[in-house]
Design a protein around this ligand. Structure first.
Ligand code: ADP
Length: 261
């Protein structure tokens, strides 16, 4: 039986008395797999991962992480299990890159405990994996959007979480780094059994790199399953209101998804 990292049961969430943004969502995220969350702008993807990372709390429903209710986790215990990379956050810009990535080690430290040789080694490894080591003494606000994004991924890696949640982690990256970061994420899932939950806009990458996909539409689950079951002409047409073609690529044993103009 495949174990779950997160399980979501009848999750409802609304912002300050507005309408339900997430409406009775029930989902399972498989352990050690890459689960992509796709769906149009405003369909509730970021709101869902904010509920998973406890930045927002559901109005009703239950969330479990490795079988234990999410609300029962202590903050530090949660940080040891789940690392999150959101879009850039202004408050961190006045720190040097190395210090930002070292922040990923804080959940492992007692109050006032100094960084160990192991912490340094993990931080250097995270910087090297994301190709940001050469920026280590620069300030985050001196870096480009794509460089910042890689530094924030490095910080989450330094946290060595069991679940890594990523909100559009490749949106500011050039093609080379998009592929590089997605390959690295694949390795983490395969080699370290890390569970990955990733919001992706690019349906081609979602198809190629994810084991499972969740397609959201207006805060509801439209379809979940393996990419072939979720990214179909019919589903995409219904949810995105665009006609696509799915073309078999015999050379690479894959598929290309293109809008049918
Ligand atoms: P997605 O990530 O799929 O683009 P979001 O989860 O960001 O969608 O947003 C879902 C809906 O919630 C949108 O209609 C958006 O306008 C609304 N929303 C997002 N953040 C807030 C907020 N802080 N306050 C009120 N409404 C919000």
């Amino acid at each position: 039986m495949v174990e779950n990292s997160y399980s979501v049961e009848n999750l409802k969430f609304k912002y300050d008395n507005g309408k339900n943004i997430l409406d009775n969502l029930s989902l399972n995220f498989k352990k050690g797999k890459i689960t992509g969350i796709i769906g149009p702008n405003g369909s509730g993807k970021t709101t869902l991962i904010k509920n998973l990372s406890r930045i927002l709390n559901p109005n009703s429903g239950k969330l479990y992480l490795f079988g234990k209710e999410l609300s029962k986790y202590k903050q530090k215990e949660l940080a040891l299990n789940t690392g999150v990379v959101f879009q850039e956050r202004e408050s961190e810009f006045q720190f040097a890159v190395f210090d930002i990535v070292m922040m990923g080690r804080y959940p492992y430290k007692k109050k006032f405990e100094l960084e160990s040789a192991e912490d340094y080694a993990v931080v250097v490894d995270a910087l090297e994996k994301t190709n940001t080591y050469h920026y280590r003494n620069r300030y985050l606000d001196e870096l480009s959007g794509g460089e910042k994004q890689r530094v924030l991924i490095a910080r989450a890696l330094a946290q060595e979480p069991k679940v890594l949640i990523l909100d559009e982690p490749i949106s500011h990256l050039d093609l080379h780094y998009q592929v590089e970061i997605l390959r690295m994420i694949q390795d983490l899932a395969k080699m370290k059994e890390m569970s990955i939950i990733i919001i992706l806009h690019d349906l081609n990458f979602a198809y190629k790199f994810c084991d499972q996909l969740i397609l959201l539409n207006n805060g509801n689950l439209y379809k979940e399953g393996i990419p072939e079951e979720v990214i179909t002409r019919e589903n995409i047409n219904k949810v995105y209101n665009v006609d696509i073609e799915i073309i078999k690529d015999n050379k690479n044993n894959g598929y290309h998804i293109i809008p049918a103009y």
